[in-house]
Design a protein around this ligand. Structure first.
Ligand code: DX5
Ligand code: ZN
Length: 216
């Protein structure tokens, strides 16, 4: 069964609490939160005090996607803010093995994110340590972009790498997910779909989430 993680980036930030309540009462599995530093990506978004506030009302695990340089600096702050999963970009870590173990030692699930141009093969020596791999299906930094179709090939390659390595990592996809792009992702082997503008731009976000889940 496919899982859905609504991305708060596309929520109305003046009504963030209502957006979290909507996810709480939906069939979504987790809440995806995008942290950006204005260096790794051009944009700056949500920081730790806001994540902490969200965690006080969230009834689903927080999936924190760190689009920041050298994210290993923030493991303690991400954990203290209430994250269940910490996603770090492969492109932003010099010592990825150390960062992954620091995240797990802090009691969170560890995930690595790959940009669209980063090959799946770069994970072959770390895949057994990972709880999740997040494949970006847009260039990170902004919601509402178009899905990059080469992601489907990467999902199949990652599914094969996970199978041959004996890893238990699940596959999450982020960017341009909607009812048109999701079926091929599910067929290719995705486990979790992040959806921002599709969910929060819908007239009925609960139904938008349910429609994605019911595709599978
Ligand atoms: C983009 C973020 C995504 C974003 C996805 O850099 O990582 O989580 O919210 O937005 P949509 O679903 O609108 O492409
Ligand atoms: Zn994201």
């Amino acid at each position: 069964m496919i899982q859905v993680a609504p991305s708060l980036l596309s929520a109305d930030f003046a009504r963030l609490g209502e957006a979290v309540t909507m996810v709480n009462t939906s069939r979504a599995s987790m809440i995806h939160i995008d942290v950006m530093d204005g260096m790794f990506v051009p944009n700056i978004t949500i920081g730790f005090p806001v994540i902490k506030a969200i965690s006080t009302i969230a009834e689903k695990p927080l999936d924190v996607h760190m689009m920041v340089m050298d994210p290993g600096r923030y493991v303690g702050l991400v954990r203290d803010a209430g994250a269940a999963i910490m996603n770090v970009h492969w492109e932003a870590c010099t010592h990825l093995d150390r960062v992954i173990h620091t995240i797990k030692d802090a009691g969170m699930r560890a995930a690595v994110t790959l940009n669209p141009a980063t090959p799946v093969m770069m994970l072959q020596d770390i895949i057994r340590e990972l709880d999740m791999v997040l494949l970006m299906s847009v260039n990170p930094g902004f919601g509402g972009q178009s899905f990059i179709t080469n992601t489907l090939r990467k999902v199949r390659q990652l599914r094969a790498l996970i199978a041959e390595s004996g890893s238990e990592a699940v596959i999450e996809i982020d960017g341009g997910v909607n009812l048109s792009t999701a079926p091929a992702l599910i067929e290719a082997g995705a486990d979790i779909l992040v959806a921002g503008s599709y969910v929060f731009g819908a007239s009925d976000p609960h139904k938008a989430i349910a429609d994605l889940i019911d595709l599978a």
